[in-house]
Design a binder for this molecule. Structure first.
Ligand code: HEM
Length: 404
């Protein structure tokens, strides 16, 4: 009997563990019958593409603030400081003043200026790391590209990158579905260390401004005088979180999906560089690195006869929506000729649409191009691509690749 057939006519309540075990299967089975499912922590996971697209910027919703972490028993401390001070978890005017000093730097045009650096970095890594025939795709390649790039945007010395990145991964675990309350002490310690590191960078730019992003950011924060010192630090911590683990996972997933295909798609990309952008978009659709967008219902929301009550936290499941056959023809088929449009839903929508979208795309495109253009006959080792998580930031296992 199907999963949907086993349950009642009300949308089912599911545990973290069952959702994490087989998210695509759950979503595929349940989506035709139910517009949402409820998770054990009370969050409503919205499944259908049209609902996700509407609710992402709908007056019946607002961004989640501290509701999800409160539901998990967190009432204060560094996690609360981060969530209550970050642009990602704020609304209205507070969100506007937190986002504004960052937006100019992260504009598409400014990010395009970084492309040559990202390209050289990717090419350098391919030469060095693949030189002896084998490479750890996640740790030696996919992790380094966003980490070194964010570090250079923030003016962090290259020798500090491993320390700074390991803190970012420890903090970003909070935004995954494998985080448990047992992780709290480590997450708190990592937030404290990361924010004190960022705070010292900010102090340094205030004393010794130079022509870089962080000096501009500090100048614009000081001029506007609309943010506390904690908020000024936490917006940079948010950028670090948004920009490291997500793109690392996205690069591993994309390369893993493409190399796993027996149909010569990988070799085809070498002859059709224009298809690299399509490969990035389709990989983000097929197996997204971020699986959901958080929102809160500010009134009762009726979806297809089922009601999400006012005040409920919602996770708009891009992971489910991006495989909804109502919108994507033959959705479980990886297809580079699929028309996906300019505004990819994986980056969210409305005022919170991902600030790092342009950068993420550049990093993914250059990471893929450098591997394809190496003309090495790359193959996956025996271990298959493993992606974990049904919401929030997803996590990937290490993937070994080699060339013949
Ligand atoms: C493949 C990679 C990425 C994906 C799939 C992704 C996805 C998302 C999503 C779904 C949101 C929430 C949008 C919403 O609530 O409507 C978001 C927000 C955000 N992202 Fe990304 N992201 C990626 C990479 C990046 C990068 C590289 C950076 C920075 C360097 C970044 C920085 C941010 C920030 C700061 C926010 C908060 C924006 C706000 O609340 O106003 N992201 N991202």
């Amino acid at each position: 009997m199907s999963l949907a057939g086993k349950i009642s006519v009300s949308p089912p309540m599911l545990s973290f563990a069952s959702l994490n075990a087989a998210p695509h299967e759950f979503y595929r089975e349940l989506r035709p019958e139910f517009p949402f499912v409820q998770r054990e922590d009370g969050a409503f996971i919205v499944l259908r593409a049209n609902d996700v697209q509407t609710l992402v910027s709908d007056p019946r919703t607002r961004q989640i603030e501290t509701e999800l972490i409160r539901a998990r028993g967190i009432k204060g401390g560094p996690v609360m400081d981060l969530v209550s001070s970050s642009l990602l978890f704020s609304n209205g005017d507070i969100h506007r003043r937190r986002r504004q000093p960052l937006s100019r730097c992260f504009a598409f045009r400014m990010m395009e200026g970084l492309r040559p650096n990202v390209r050289s970095l990717a090419e350098e890594l391919v030469t060095i790391k693949l030189g002896d025939g084998q490479m750890k795709l996640r740790d030696d390649y996919a992790a380094a590209i966003p980490a070194v790039t964010i570090a250079s945007i923030l003016g962090i010395p290259r020798c500090d990158v491993p320390f700074f990145t390991s803190l970012a991964y420890r903090v970003s675990k909070l935004l995954t579905t494998t985080w448990t309350p047992d992780d709290l002490p480590d997450t708190e310690a990592a937030i404290t260390e990361l924010s004190s590191y960022v705070s010292s960078l900010i102090d340094d730019r205030r004393k010794r401004p130079r022509p870089d992003f962080l000096s501009d950011y500090v100048a614009s924060v000081d001029e506007a005088a609309e943010m506390s010192a904690l908020e000024a630090v936490m917006q940079i911590v948010s950028v670090v979180l948004g920009g490291t683990d997500t793109t690392r996972a996205a690069i591993v997933i994309m390369v893993g999906l493409l190399l796993d295909r027996p149909d010569g798609l990988w070799q085809g990309l070498g002859y059709q560089p224009a298809m690299v952008g399509a490969a990035v978009s389709e990989a983000l659709r097929f197996e997204p690195a971020v699986a959901s967008i958080p929102r809160l219902a500010v009134e009762d929301i009726n979806l297809d006869g089922h009601v999400i009550p006012k005040g409920s936290p919602m996770l708009l499941s891009t992971m489910s929506a991006l495989r909804d056959p109502e919108v994507y023809v033959d959705p479980d088929h990886f297809n580079l000729t699929r028309p996906l449009g300019k505004w990819h839903p994986v980056f969210g929508g409305g005022e919170h649409r991902c600030l790092g979208e342009a950068l993420a795309r550049i990093e993914m495109e250059e990471a893929l191009s450098a591997l394809v253009n190496s003309r090495l006959a790359l193959e996956l080792d025996d271990r298959p691509l493993m992606v974990h998580g049904h919401a929030g930031i997803r996590q990937v296992d290490e993937l070994l690749i080699h060339w013949r």
